[in-house]
Ligand binder design. Structure first.
Ligand code: 5GP
Ligand code: MG
Length: 187
């Protein structure tokens, strides 16, 4: 399946190398859903997904759960003043809309890299005094991590490569690609 035609013509498709097939991504996600279903059996969980990249992962993950009640909500962060040298900070474009106080919360991320965005999201969620707060990330890229955080659920640990597809974008393109690709020449 060549899906790289989902990018505009000016993207050089030979720069993208396949990393995971759609089927492999489903298996990775099933694995995470099984662990979560086991750990939270019979309980309810508020899944708080970080927009936009985690939308595909969230949709897959919650459909694979068994025996738990899932609440779903979204937070959309915007990074402010971010350059290569300075990581800047964040503003909240779209905040929580459900009550998570005294609820089990799982923060849903597609990828954690430096970790600043998850760190910010964690602090935001902690203000609501959830009963518990854990992180589930489809991909973890710990090499450039600048903050201390330990996601409880990790789909795959990846080297420091920029990945695209399955919700993750390159300049807003490629979120609709079903497989995962990495860039041959990371910048
Ligand atoms: P952080 O560096 O704060 O952990 O991640 C910030 C954001 O950078 C992520 O939420 C994600 O949007 C983006 N990001 C980090 N690594 C990648 C990657 O490999 N591919 C894509 N498409 N986005 C990434
Ligand atoms: Mg992006």
């Amino acid at each position: 399946m060549n899906e790289l035609n989902k990018f505009p013509h000016n993207f050089e498709s030979e720069q993208f190398l396949p990393l995971f097939t759609p089927q492999e991504l489903q298996e990775i996600t099933q694995n995470l859903a099984d662990q979560i279903s086991k750990d939270y059996a019979g309980q309810s969980i508020a899944f708080i997904a970080s927009l936009k990249g985690s939308m595909i992962f969230l949709a897959d993950l919650v459909r694979k759960l068994n025996g738990v009640k899932a609440y779903i909500d979204f937070i959309h962060l915007q990074s402010v003043g971010r350059t290569k040298e300075s990581l800047g900070s964040f503003s909240i474009l779209n905040d929580l809309s459900i009550d998570i106080t005294n609820h089990h919360v799982l923060l849903v991320k597609e990828v954690i890299d430096v970790g600043r965005s998850v760190d910010f999201l964690k602090k935001r969620l902690q203000l609501e005094n959830p009963k518990s707060l854990e992180i589930v990330t489809l991909f973890d890229k710990p090499q450039k991590r600048k903050v201390e955080l330990t996601p409880k659920y990790i789909g795959k640990t990846l080297p420091d490569h920029f990945v695209v597809g399955h919700g993750l974008d390159l300049d807003q393109f490629g979120r609709n690609i079903q497989g995962l690709y990495h860039l041959k020449y990371p910048n």
